[in-house]
Design a protein around this ligand. Structure first.
Ligand SMILES: N[C@@H](CCC(=O)N[C@@H](CS)C(=O)NCC(=O)O)C(=O)O
Length: 206
């Protein structure tokens, strides 16, 4: 039975799962949730996702929410297909601990700082509200500080967990892809972060 993802394409959590599904070559259906009309707050939805947020996965009746947990489930269930690796070996304690470190870091040091910037810029625009530049500048400065640390980490290793690509690297993609549209260009100007995101800067304004 094909996996069913209940979410909204172009929303970070849903796209985070879609990246993993594509990377693993897993067939899936997206069931678009009508968040504008608060479908995600309905009793039927909250029964599946108790916080009333998208996305959740339905794998033949097995319900799972939290995009990163869903990404983990897919990468583990379909370990033998698509891009190989992406998860630490089950019996390697240190690799698993480093994987957890990277996972927490993505939530606490990346998403926690990209989210306010995305809300203050694209979120405001989406709602037809005015953008408050002071809020944007503050969010951008906070993110920039964290990405300086990322740049340092990535000067010593290829990926955020170590020298192997994992799903945690892929978890950085949806919000990262929105940052240029938020007016933030640190992903190109910080050399190691730029390499990580796949596009080395040619000059300082690139
Ligand atoms: N930690 C959750 C976050 C879920 C979340 O915040 N979803 C947002 C979209 S990315 C949502 O449902 N927003 C609608 C709302 O807040 O009403 C996950 O990763 O799945």
């Amino acid at each position: 039975m094909v996996l069913k993802l209940y979410g909204v394409t172009n929303f970070g959590g849903t796209d985070r799962v879609i990246v993993i599904l594509r990377e693993k070559g897993v067939p899936y259906e997206v069931h678009e949730v009508d968040t504008k009309n608060k479908e995600h707050k309905s009793a039927a939805f909250v029964e599946k996702q108790p916080f009333g947020l998208v996305p959740y996965l339905d794998d033949d009746g097995f319900i799972l929410y939290e995009s990163r947990a869903i990404g983990y489930y897919i990468a583990a269930k379909y370990a033998d297909q698509g891009t190989q690796g992406l998860l630490p070996k089950a019996d390697d304690l240190k690799a698993n601990a480093l994987f957890q470190q990277a996972l927490s870091s993505e939530i606490c040091n990346f998403e926690t700082f990209t989210f306010p910037l995305i809300l203050a810029t694209l979120g405001q625009r989406y709602k037809g509200l005015e953008i408050d530049q002071t809020t944007v500048d503050k969010a951008m400065a906070a993110l920039d500080e964290k990405l300086d640390v990322y740049d340092n980490i990535l000067s010593k290793q290829k990926y955020i967990t170590g020298d192997e690509l994992t799903i945690v690297d892929l978890f950085h993609l949806p919000s990262g892809a929105l940052l240029p549209a938020c007016g933030y260009h640190g992903l190109k100007t910080k050399p190691n972060v730029a390499r990580y995101y796949g596009k080395p800067p040619r000059n300082k304004d690139d």
